[in-house]
Each structure stands twice: as structure tokens, then as C-alpha cells.
Design a protein around this ligand. Structure first.
Ligand code: CMC
Length: 430
């Protein structure tokens, strides 16, 4: 309906302002408060942006109440069943699925940007201590790409933006594998263009020069599905970080590095690492009740990692799909005592009034860690795997933002509650 509005009235002065309502394709309508500060003199207060739409986007939609996730209008379940990761990457970047020919051209392009500069490998990566956390290395190395691609990069040129996107999608698995090899002390393995995107990552991580390495199709498929499910998730913390960093016109590699840093936190992408640490700490099914009680105790900071989501107040649709993949992987790689523990924990939490009332369900990270562990990926690499998959989401949002005629530098306001005015006393009088 055209011209829908909301009227906001200041009950002290009686002054009112009419604010336009914007209708989405799906989801909540949005009140346009753009003129509120200028015409009414107020800012809005919304810690954690729980009620704030920061941009218009055509990339991803998720329905938290129904537990549905769409990329460019396609349900995640269909994409996971019918497409490979690079098809989904093409979709997120370009807004439509590729034809067979476009997909093979895209695979060729990604295959021809996937090497890393030798001085990065020799000087930067080797400069890190052998036990550096790979997310710390990733943050630094992705940011350092801006030193290689800056002077000749015009972010307002669509062709330059697309080349940047291709470079990032292509190089991120090579960087991730290089971090892993640095941690393990093994020689770096170069990308192989006859392999798929995920097959190549497994190869670069696990191959050694002294014997042939064959990519296991079960592992490759599991990773491919996981990467599709992790590829984008609309305006989450890391994507919003990329947008905010990039909104100043900053170098896109530096903006993506900011996204990597944001993803690292245990409330975001770091949760998959935290889940495994939590399962190890719980140790045995007999200890579950104690940990559930701790999670419910307001005076205890412990939370059940892998449970809850800011937007999904029903089941996380990605968790449903990942649970299936998890069983396929474990059927091949053998049972993991952590899975049994995870299942019991899930059962108990889902029947507990505290979790039911707050709609706390297992999220995507509850299962992804168990899969990664079964595939032989060490715990500190879990969030790196997430970062590899999410890079396409970050760069698609950055591209969309730079293209947006309404783009403004992101500049939130605040409710200042500090000292009103103080005169600086002389040092001797303090
Ligand atoms: N364990 C125990 N209680 C919880 C949990 C949890 N995992 N999550 C939320 N709660 C409680 C919380 O204490 C609060 O209770 P009350 O209303 O009595 O104060 C209520 O549920 C609402 O919590 P909230 O902190 O207001 O919710 P939020 O939307 O701000 O937080 C979250 C979302 C994901 C940060 C949070 O659920 C959490 O910390 N989960 C564990 C970490 C995790 O698994 N993160 C991965 C998210 S999915 C992957 C991704 O997209 O990055």
C-alpha cells in the first residue's frame, strides 16, 4: 500500500512527526527515520541494532520465526541439494544462478586468481610465531592484500569491484591452508585447478609433497554443503562490520579483514570452536545437568555454546541440514563421543522450560565443529573455515553497498551519559 506512515508524538511538547513506512519483499516493514534527527531533534536508541535496518539489500533473507533462509530468493535447502559452492558464490555475487557455461568460466576465473604472492608466503606468514592462532594470521594476511592491490584499484569501477571479488574468493582458501601449514610446520601446498573449490582446500591443507593425496568425496561434499550454508547470513556482525568499514571508501581487502576480526568472536563465528571446547569440558553425559544448571544461572557467565540466535527464534534451518551431513560424515569417519554428548545435550536442553521459553535452539555451529573435527581439521581452524565460506557473502554485501546510490559513510550517533562539564585542575591539585 502506498504512503503508509507512522506518527511519533512527543508527549511532553505535543509535537508530532509522520514517518514513512517502507515495505519489504518479505519480513518486517521498516519505519524510515532518516529525517528524525533533522526535523524532530531526536536520535533513536537501539543497542545491538535489534530493531534497526541498516541498509536495503537484495542478497539474503531470513525468517527467524519460521526458520527459513533464502539466498537471492532461493531456499537454502534447494541450493544445498542442487548446487555446488561456486554456483552459490556466483549467485550471491551476480544475483542469478550461472548457466553451465558461465559456471565453467567462473571456475576458470577463480582458478586463475588462487595463488598467493611469494613475498606474502615467505615473509609475512613465516613471520608469525608457529603457534599463532590462524584467525589472527587470517586477519593480518587478508588485510595485507590491500598493500598489493591499492593504487590501481578504483572501487567505483564495477569491473574493478568484480576482480576484487574474484581475487578474494579465490585466494581465501589458499591463505587459510597456508595458515594451517604454518601451524603444523609442513611445507605449503599449491592450489590445483583440476580440483573443486572445497576439494582444493582439503588438498592444500592435507597433502604433503612425499606422497599422493586423494580428496575423499564424502569430505569434499560435506565441506561443500557447509560452505553453502555459511556463505551469507544478511546483516550479521561481521557483514555489518565489512559494510561499516567499507562505507568510508576504505580498501576492500582491509574492510574484509575487519569482517574476519569480527567473525572471530565466540558469540559469532568463534562459536563452533567454543562448542567443541565446551563438549570437552563437559566430558561426560553424567555432567550435562550440572552444565545446564550453570547455563540457567543468571550469576554464572556460562552459556551453552551453539545454542540461541539473535534472529532465529525457531530452529536454525542450517542446523537441520548440517545435522544430516554430520551423520553422513560420522558414518564414514567413525563415531565421535562428542556427537553422543551433543545429542544428549540437545535433547535435554530442548525439553527444558528455560530454553523453550527463550526459544533457544541449536544453531549452525552446534554441529559444524563436530563435522570439522571428524574431517581432521583442528579446533583452531574451525572459524577459519567459516571465514573462507563467508568471504563471498562479505564481498557481495560490500559490492552491493558501493553500488547503492543512497550510500553514506556509516556514522551511528549515541546517547551521551558522561560528565557534563569539568575544568582541568592543575597536576599538583589532583
Ligand atoms: N545459553 C544459555 N542462555 C542463553 C543462551 C545460551 N546459549 N543464549 C541466550 N540465552 C538466554 C539469555 O541469558 C537471555 O535470558 P534472559 O531473557 O533471562 O535474560 C535470553 O536467552 C536472550 O538472550 P540474549 O543474549 O538477549 O540473546 P541475543 O539475541 O542477544 O544473543 C547469541 C544471541 C547468539 C549471541 C546468544 O544466543 C549466544 O551467546 N549463544 C551462544 C553463542 C553461539 O552459539 N553463537 C553462534 C550464533 S550462530 C552463528 C553465527 O551466525 O555467527
Amino acid at each position: 500500500m502506498a504512503n503508509k506512515t507512522v506518527t511519533l508524538t512527543d508527549n511532553t511538547t505535543g509535537k508530532s512527526i509522520e514517518l514513512p513506512i517502507m515495505d519489504p519483499t518479505h519480513g518486517n516493514s521498516v519505519v524510515d527515520i532518516g529525517k528524525l534527527a533533522k526535523e524532530f531533534g531526536y536520535f533513536t536508541y537501539d543497542p545491538g541494532f535489534v530493531s534497526t535496518a541498516s541498509c536495503k539489500s537484495t542478497i539474503t533473507f531470513l525468517d527467524g520465526e519460521r526458520g527459513q533462509l533464502y539466498y537471492r530468493g532461493y531456499p537454502i535447502e534447494q541450493l544445498a541439494a542442487k548446487c555446488c559452492f561456486l554456483e552459490v558464490a556466483y549467485l550471491l555475487l551476480n544475483g542469478r544462478l550461472p548457466t553451465e557455461q558461465e559456471l565453467s568460466e567462473f571456475q576458470y576465473i577463480i582458478g586463475h586468481h588462487n595463488m598467493m604472492r611469494e613475498n606474502l608466503r615467505y615473509n609475512l606468514i613465516r613471520g608469525f610465531n608457529y603457534d599463532a592462532h590462524p584467525m589472527a594470521m587470517m586477519t593480518g594476511i587478508v588485510g595485507s592484500l590491500s598493500a598489493f592491490y591499492h593504487d590501481n584499484l578504483d572501487i567505483y569501477n564495477p569491473e574493478h569491484r568484480m576482480i576484487t571479488s574474484h581475487r578474494l574468493i579465490a585466494k581465501i582458501p589458499t591463505i587459510a591452508a597456508a595458515c594451517y601449514k604454518h601451524n603444523t610446520g609442513q611445507p605449503f601446498v599449491f592450489p590445483q585447478n583440476h580440483l573443486t573449490y572445497c576439494g582444493n582446500l582439503l588438498h592444500m591443507m592435507f597433502a604433503v609433497p612425499c606422497e599422493p593425496y586423494h580428496v575423499d568425496p564424502v569430505a569434499e561434499k560435506a565441506l561443500d554443503v557447509l560452505f553453502i550454508l555459511h556463505a551469507d547470513h544478511e546483516q550479521n556482525a561481521s557483514t555489518s562490520t565489512v559494510r561499516l568499514a567499507g562505507s568510508s571508501g576504505a580498501n576492500p581487502y582491509a574492510a574484509i579483514a575487519a569482517g574476519v576480526a569480527s567473525l572471530w568472536g565466540p558469540a559469532h563465528g568463534g562459536a563452533n570452536e567454543a562448542v567443541l571446547k565446551m563438549l570437552a569440558e563437559i566430558g561426560d553425559v553424567s555432567n550435562i545437568d550440572k552444565y545446564i544448571a550453570r547455563a540457567k544461572d543468571k550469576d554464572d557467565s556460562f552459556r551453552l555454546m551453539g545454542f540461541g540466535h539473535r534472529v532465529y527464534r525457531n530452529y536454525d534451518p542450517r542446523a537441520k541440514l548440517i545435522k544430516e551431513v554430520c551423520h553422513q560424515v560420522l558414518a564414514k569417519y567413525g563415531d565421535d563421543p562428542h556427537l553422543e554428548l551433543a545429542m544428549k545435550l540437545e535433547d535435554i536442553a530442548l525439553s527444558d522450560e528455560f530454553f523453550i521459553e527463550r526459544k533457544l535452539y541449536p544453531n549452525v555451529d552446534f554441529y559444524s565443529g563436530i563435522i570439522y573435527k571428524a574431517l581432521g581439521i583442528p579446533i583452531n581452524m574451525f572459524t577459519v573455515m567459516f571465514a573462507v565460506a563467508r568471504t563471498v557473502g562479505w564481498i557481495s554485501h560490500w559490492k552491493e553497498m558501493i553500488d547503492d546510490p543512497e550510500l553514506k559513510i556509516g556514522r551511528p550517533r549515541q546517547l551521551y551519559v558522561g560528565e557534563a562539564h569539568r575544568d582541568v585542575p592543575d597536576l599538583a591539585d589532583r
